[in-house]
Design a protein around this ligand. Structure first.
Ligand code: SAM
Length: 244
């Protein structure tokens, strides 16, 4: 049926393409991609031959209007280079426009590095904030991190290897002593999850920037310290017992 299909694709291992995603990509009349060469490899792998067109959120309104004009009568799939479209990737303006025009939008859930990293890190997952990429410039990055400092949630960032050391240093300085994980190359040959405090991780990666694709996961701030007189008495008693 016609409409816009948001199709998640693998973030490393081609085996993670869902059966439904392959089916929709094979049947689509048009596939919107970030980079045609990247998507061509995936299409070749599943024997899909639909025509491709480049789409970005900064594509012009005219381009978007042309795509919208086709959605009423054709099946158009949106993919990104890897993972779930719209998650630190193009697509939301197109979805918004399709909805505003009363056209149907379907999503095909699948891999996303943020969720995959959360499942590996061993940090609380009941409440998390996906913060995407930190700004590249030092001042903007410091402000972005400061804004997150008091949030009682696990934080998830996308990062590149070359900036990882700087990002971890900033996080260690502004968020204090927290557990964290650097998750790398998920679902690929060199998949790795390194855990430690932010300071330990900053130290490690400042010296040797890692290769590959990276997600940083940071634990929430520790629960508030006990502050009342009773709690203080209790803390003192425990400390004295420990010394004897
Ligand atoms: N839309 C994608 C998703 O759903 O995961 C994310 C796109 S974003 C432009 C690319 C970033 O995702 C990379 O810089 C990296 O931080 C993260 N990423 C993508 N694939 C990854 C992988 N296999 N392992 C770790 N991080 C990955």
């Amino acid at each position: 049926p016609p409409g816009l299909y948001i199709v998640a694709t693998p973030i490393g291992n081609l085996g993670d393409l869902t059966v439904r995603a392959a089916d929709v990509l094979r049947r689509a009349n048009l596939i919107l991609a970030e980079d045609k060469r990247v998507t061509a490899k995936l299409l070749a792998h599943i024997g899909a031959t639909a025509p491709m067109q480049v789409y970005h959120d900064h594509s012009s309104e005219t381009d978007r209007a042309r795509v919208l004009a086709r959605l009423g009568s054709e099946a158009v799939a949106l993919v990104s280079d890897a993972g779930t479209p719209l998650i630190s990737d193009p697509g939301y303006k197109l979805v918004r426009a399709a909805r505003a025009a009363g056209l149907s939008v379907h999503t095909l859930p699948g891999p996303s590095a943020a969720i995959a990293a959360l499942t590996l890190a061993g940090l609380p997952t009941d409440r998390f904030l996906f913060a995407g990429f930190l700004p590249a410039k030092a001042k903007a990055r410091a402000e972005a991190v400061a804004e997150l400092a008091s949030l009682r949630a696990t934080l998830v960032f996308y990062e590149s290897g070359s900036r990882l050391g700087d990002a971890l240093t900033e996080l260690a300085e502004r968020l204090g002593q927290r557990d964290a994980a650097v998750v790398r190359e998920i679902s690929k040959l060199h998949e790795e999850c390194v855990t430690g405090t932010l300071a330990e991780l900053a130290d490690r990666y400042r010296k040797t920037p890692p290769r590959g694709e990276i997600v940083i996961v940071v634990a929430p701030p520790a629960a508030a310290e006990p502050a009342g007189a009773d709690a203080l008495d209790e803390a003192l008693r425990t400390a004295m017992v420990d010394e004897s």
